[in-house]
Design a protein around this ligand. Structure first.
Ligand SMILES: Cc1cc2nc3c(=O)[nH]c(=O)nc-3n(C[C@H](O)[C@H](O)[C@H](O)COP(=O)(O)OP(=O)(O)OC[C@H]3O[C@@H](n4cnc5c(N)ncnc54)[C@H](O)[C@@H]3O)c2cc1C
Length: 500
């Protein structure tokens, strides 16, 4: 229960105070609000969201076919059973999140249309001062908070990443990024090129191919996929046995996570074997004569990027039927009619979709100032990919990429609640992570090891992100299977935590 009377809103010159301010009402922020209200009832907190509704990623993305690429038993929260098919549409995810908000009375804590522009920390007051702009009225709003829980996601919602290619301005058709999909885009009977090879392409192309004259997937290099039925056999069996949905959720999560752990380990120990299995799954849809080597055989080891699950192999069915085809080549330039590839082929299109990824959005495009000095995030060192040296009372939810994001959002929410409890017990107003004496000479490396995990949006933004060290405490490991045991066991009085 909140102790703030939200019916009395201050005017723009006053500051409203909260113990905890959560940035963003995506899956992480709504989860944070749930955990805080259950684990620390009575905490005075607010969720500020720049958009006009909850959902973040799932609210913003409107392209045809938008769906998850990991299963909802693990992408869903651990506390609310998922009862639908494992791969879910954006609408299904929004409905699920809406139920979480309603069932737990979280709406009273969320303020939509509040885009945060700056966050200033004062060590004198041990407080954050937050400036937000009401996106509906343009009015500034001011808040103070003891603790900032950053659930702003990891990429800029307002604009996707589109590389610059020569001749783009001469192209006579329409160029569309899936992140800003025009509601009235008419692709019926049109020739379409979709640039990109990732999960977005695999989702979008089957959703539009039947209506288009033809869709060409133009990719620089291939990606791994796991095709399969959008059903979970174990969940179905347990349902037949009349097991409760709470139990089914927990059991199926454990089974999926165990399978993924085995798979991940095999991908490291035996990459060639895993690669052949993944390719065989795709070949089963495309047949023995298809040129798998050129179009569906990636050049990297499996599991360096998340492997998208493709329900019923729908994109491969589109390729097999001839409604879609794949060209693996580089772009030389755009032409008035389409794209000229480096190997000299001109591909014609009325619409070109650039499924070319995200722009990373470090700390929600918020100007951070610590004691009067603008924060250079790249000069900080990360503590387990969640806290940062030199930034007091702040934690960023950066979920898993290879496993479902929300697994980490749940684990870190437990951690925040435990940390807040610990601060209260110690009477501390401030907590900061700091390098220990044994860390002083530690080599500082980029945020993530590109040998281990290397999606291009992350590689493009490495210089904006905090540094990592060579010890586990100072690394963002992306390893759910270790973190599920390590995070709950963190010693909060350890030397890396400095309280005041
Ligand atoms: C198309 C697509 C499919 C995906 N599928 C999967 C999947 O299947 N499995 C998986 O694990 N991951 C998937 N991801 C990754 C996905 O983004 C995350 O899993 C998850 O949804 C992120 O949730 P979040 O709440 O942390 O961030 P977001 O969903 O990005 O939400 C952040 C929220 O914070 C708000 N915000 C940001 N900055 C500010 C500010 N300055 N002021 C106020 N509000 C702010 C934003 O408006 C937004 O609502 C997918 C991503 C995309 C784009």
């Amino acid at each position: 229960m909140t102790t703030t009377d939200t019916s009395v809103r201050p005017d723009s010159t006053t500051r409203e105070h909260f113990d905890v301010l959560i940035v963003g009402a995506g899956i992480s922020g709504v989860g944070g609000a749930y955990h805080l209200s259950k684990q620390r009832p009575g905490t005075n907190f607010v969720v500020l969201e720049g958009l006009d509704s909850f959902g973040g990623t799932w609210w913003m993305h409107r392209y045809p076919g938008i769906r998850s690429d990991s299963d909802l038993y693990t992408f869903g929260y651990r506390f609310k059973p998922w009862v639908g098919p494992p791969i879910a549409t954006a609408d299904e995810i929004l409905q699920y999140m809406g139920e979480v908000i309603e069932e737990n009375d979280l709406d009273q804590h969320i303020r939509y249309n509040h885009r945060i522009t700056s966050a200033q920390w004062s060590s004198e007051d041990n407080l954050w001062t937050i400036e937000a702009t009401r996106t509906d009225t343009d009015e500034p709003q001011y808040f103070t908070a003891n603790f900032l829980w950053m659930c702003q996601g990891y990429y800029r919602h307002s604009q996707g990443y589109t590389p610059e290619w020569p001749g783009m301005d001469q192209y006579e058709g329409e160029i569309v990024h899936p992140q800003t999909w025009p509601e009235d885009l008419d692709y019926k009977g049109k020739k379409v090129i979709c640039i990109g090879s990732g999960a977005t392409t695999a989702t979008l192309v089957p959703a539009i191919a039947a209506d288009c004259e033809h869709v060409t997937v133009l990719q620089r290099s291939p990606t791994y996929f796991i095709p399969g039925r959008n059903e979970n056999d174990l969940a179905e069996t347990l349902r037949e046995l009349d097991i409760s949905e709470e139990w089914i959720h927990e059991i199926v999560r454990r089974k999926i996570l165990l399978d993924q752990e085995i798979f991940t380990q095999r991908a490291f120990d035996n990459p060639d074997e895993v690669k052949s299995e993944l390719l065989a799954g795709v070949r089963a849809y495309l047949g023995p004569d298809y040129d798998m080597e050129t179009h569906f055989t990636p050049h990297y080891r499996p599991w360096r990027q998340r492997i998208a699950f493709v329900p019923d192999g729908d994109i491969f069915q589109g390729v097999k039927s001839g409604k879609a085809d794949v060209v693996t080549d580089e772009i030389e330039r755009f032409t008035p009619k389409g794209i000229l590839t480096k190997s000299g082929e001109e591909l014609e299109a009325d619409i070109i979709i650039t499924a070319t990824g995200f722009n990373m959005n470090v700390l929600g495009d918020i100007d951070f100032v610590i004691d009067g000095k603008p924060l250079d995030f790249a000069n900080t060192v990360t503590y387990r990919g969640m806290m940062f040296t030199g930034i007091p009372n702040m934690l960023w939810i950066f979920g898993y990429f290879r496993a479902s994001w929300t697994l980490r959002a749940d684990l870190l929410a437990d951690f925040v609640c435990r940390l807040l409890e610990h601060m209260e017990e110690r009477g501390a107003k401030r907590v900061e992570v700091a390098l220990r004496p044994e860390d002083q000479d530690m080599e500082l490396l980029p945020w993530i090891d590109s040998e281990n995990f290397n999606p291009s949006y992350l590689m493009r933004a490495l210089e904006l992100l905090p540094k990592r060290g060579d010890k586990r405490e100072w690394q963002h490991t992306q390893d759910y299977w270790r973190e599920k045991d390590e995070l709950p066991a963190i010693e909060l009085d350890g030397p890396e935590f400095v309280y005041e």
